[in-house]
Ligand binder design. Structure first.
Ligand code: COA
Length: 702
């Protein structure tokens, strides 16, 4: 966002004043904007030649909300004051809404007397996503306008409401094409200039009366808020305030809202969520882009390999409305892939998150094909075949023969070196990794892996493809495991070794779910299958004689305990039930291994478990940044949030680590290095930041 102060301009068309917020790119309510809104509204009211006022945003957006960078800092004026000035205007104010109308933007629109939107408008109150609540009357005015249930849905989900739904809800009174918005708003304003009393949301009673009689109006919201409430106060406060909107006069409700907002604005959870917001935007900035180059959209993608990852990626395209071809030479495997896709959609239908018509439309976008000639005209290919170097090289050699010269050639490999794959083609500049996380249609991370020869255009196009799929693309370098999995691998090693020292999977998982993970790491391992990492471990052990073997998981796999799919892994499972149940057999295997290795058994505090797991990854993350395999430490946080379910209210791995401090972590890593040996070798970057006193999250690649 541009740091130059925005302005609020004042113009006139006939007897209508046009007050325009001009603060590119999204007209956030930055410093001075609120004061200027108040001044302009006062000016219009004092202007004898003016009968009505239009409030608009310059460019293609109304107002994207308060300026998030200003939270936690003193503000000369609150948004509720400038909103109150609109509500108190003696002349009617019409909000002319195009593009984003979010947070404080919607709250200002709610304070206006009328709202007109364009077909492109997106309205919402996304504050809960930042650990906040609407703070400029949103919790009080929205329920008065659209009723408790709709208001709670909008506030608790933070979702963007499209124009047609906004019209249906009564959030806006009229929809027009973007090109005629201002004309339509001015005409509308002139048409209602004489209407009195002014229709004010503040005085609306119809919904309130109905809501007071509805005994179940809060049920769903209360359940949701109490589920999230363990780590987040925002949803609970939002429900409390919407309830207050039924009972209190507007001014009192707004005063209570202001108190709660002030508390949340300075809370740890909101700071962390705001950090995550900007870290994700920073990750989108890819250095080296040629000036003016806009990567073209991928329009005709093909996915090669109809296994779990391949079919998940195909679903991701279909969900984004992009027609995709799914290539698999083996007819039966292709059929199984299509069945897997159908089953994924059927499960969504059962959960009522999709309709049959939507499923039909999306399935129609996925075209199963059997030969390379069927994909020759595609503009991008994502290879997701078996994770073996010879198989991958064969695929890429074939792609090199058939694909157009400007096709993007991507691999979903999670471990195999990009340069080796690229070398199978005569156009290594067009090859890069696009590493999705399972399930590919759900997880938001898309790691864009740059090989030595990948061109910047290839990287920018791949990153755009990820974004167009609704993912968060993060650029990393090629190394064993790439940046995301490589940074998590030490956590996985430590969790296994903790077992040998006396911890149990259930205890480790509980520590991590208490921390905020949706699932513990052992339960996750059962879900993805213990056999997956088994092969990788064998490969690593063969390549490195000093490799520390992980006997417990190896033994479980050899016993056939491959995870949920066979009803047994780290836990046992009852048929048809995904609840992990502790299994004495696992405890026995652990005890046997510990005995054989002669490792003394002890107990662990929860804090020790948490630190053992996360410090190991913090140390590795520092190595990744110092080697330039991630562009910035904050990119690793973005990967953990979007690829591994790291609790968002904790900001990210390195953000969390800064809460403990680099020096304390470095001291502990050094101690464990002494005790456990080379796997704990402290990263130079960690030592440097510990000595200099900086923050880990600010570190960037050299
Ligand atoms: N305050 C400060 N900066 C903001 C902002 C806000 N409310 N909303 C967006 N920006 C900045 C972004 O940081 C980015 O800046 P950069 O170019 O320096 O990185 C720029 O505006 C464009 O935003 P971006 O998110 O990249 O654009 P988008 O089109 O992908 O998404 C939004 C637009 C509005 C959906 C998204 O920016 C968003 O959700 N913003 C937050 C809205 C919000 O929560 N408002 C209520 C605040 S309480």
């Amino acid at each position: 966002m541009n740091d130059a102060a925005g302005t609020v301009t004042y113009g006139k068309r006939g007897r209508v004043a046009i007050v325009t917020i001009d603060n590119p790119p999204l007209n956030a309510l930055g410093p001075g904007i609120r004061e200027s809104i108040v001044d302009r509204v006062r000016e219009a009211n004092a202007d004898g030649g003016i009968e009505a006022i239009v409030l608009a945003g310059a460019g293609r957006h109304f107002i994207a909300g308060a300026d998030i960078r200003q939270f936690g800092k003193a503000r000369a004026m609150s948004s509720s004051t400038s909103a109150a000035a609109l509500a108190a205007s003696a002349k009617p104010v019409v909000a002319a809404i195009d593009g984003y109308c979010l947070g404080g933007g919607l709250e200002h629109a709610l304070a206006c007397h009328y709202r007109i939107a364009t077909t492109d408008a997106r309205l919402g109150l996304p504050e809960v996503k930042l650990g906040l609540i609407p703070g400029a009357g949103g919790t009080q005015r929205l329920p008065r306008l659209v009723g408790i249930r709709n208001a709670l849905d909008i506030i608790l989900s933070g979702r963007h409401v499209a124009a047609d739904e906004a019209l249906e809800l009564g959030l806006v009174t009229k929809i027009v094409e973007p090109s005629v918005l201002l004309d339509a708003a001015v005409d509308f304003a002139a048409g209602v200039a004489a209407v009195r009393p002014l229709p004010s949301v503040d005085a609306m009673e119809t919904w309130r009366e109905a809501d007071r009689r509805d005994p179940h109006a809060f049920d769903a919201a209360e359940q949701l808020a109490s589920r999230q409430g363990r780590h987040l106060k925002g949803p609970r406060y939002a429900v409390e305030l919407v309830r207050a909107s039924l009972q209190l006069p507007l001014e009192e409700g707004i005063r209570l809202e202001g108190e709660r907002f002030a508390e949340l604005e300075n809370s740890e959870e909101s700071r962390a969520l705001r950090y995550a917001f900007f870290a994700e935007r920073t990750a989108a900035k890819i250095p080296g882009a040629p000036p003016g180059y806009v990567p073209p959209r991928v329009e005709r993608p093909a996915v090669i390999g109809a296994g779990t990852m391949g079919s998940g990626i195909a679903i991701a395209f279909a969900d984004a409305g992009v027609p995709v071809r799914l290539l698999e030479a083996d007819g039966e495997a292709l059929q199984r892939g299509m069945q897997r896709i159908a089953a994924t959609y059927a499960a969504k239908l059962k959960r009522k998150t999709i309709t049959q018509e939507e499923i039909d439309a999306r399935m129609a976008l996925i075209r199963p094909v059997a030969g390379y000639h069927d994909i020759a005209d595609c503009d991008a290919v994502i290879e997701a075949v078996f994770e073996r170097i010879d198989v991958k090289r064969e695929v890429f050699a074939r792609l090199d023969e058939v694909m157009n010269a400007d096709a993007l050639l991507l691999t979903n490999s999670s471990a195999i070196d990009i340069d080796t794959i690229a070398a199978a083609t005569r156009r290594p500049q067009s090859v890069a990794g696009s590493h999705f996380f399972a399930p590919a249609n759900v997880m938001k991370l898309c790691e864009i892996v740059k090989g030595d020869a990948s061109s910047i255009q290839t990287i920018l196009r791949a990153a755009r493809m990820g974004r167009d799929l609704g993912k968060i693309s993060v650029v990393t370098g090629s190394c064993d495991g790439f940046a995301a999995n490589r940074s998590r691998a030490p956590l996985v090693t430590e969790m296994m070794l903790l077992l040998e020292e006396g911890a149990l999977p259930g205890q480790v998982d509980k520590v991590m779910t208490d921390f905020g993970y949706p699932m513990g790491p052992f339960a996750v391992s059962d879900l993805s299958g213990l056999d997956i990492s088994y092969d990788t471990r064998k490969r690593r052990a063969a390549a490195d004689p000093g490799y520390r073997k992980l006997y417990v998981p190896d033994r479980l796999v050899e016993m056939g305990r491959k995870g949920q799919k066979v009803g047994a892994g780290w836990y046992r499972y009852e048929p048809g039930d995904r609840t992990p149940r502790p299994d004495p057999v696992v405890a026995q295997v652990i005890a046997e291994v510990a005995r054989e290795l002669g490792i003394p058994q002890r107990t662990f505090t929860d804090d020790e478990i948490l630190r053992r797991l996360l410090f190991a990854s913090v140390n590795e993350a520092c190595k990744i940044v110092q080697e330039g395999k991630a562009l910035r430490a904050s990119d690793i946080d973005v990967m953990w949030l979007n690829g591994f379910g790291f609790p968002r209210h904790r900001g990210g791995l390195l953000y969390w680590a800064d809460g403990i401090g680099a020096a304390a972590i470095h001291r502990q890593v050094c101690e464990w290095h002494e005790l456990y040996g080379k796997r704990w070798k402290p990263a130079g970057l960690l030592a440097g930041i510990a000595a200099a006193g900086g923050r880990l999250r600010d570190a960037v690649a050299p």
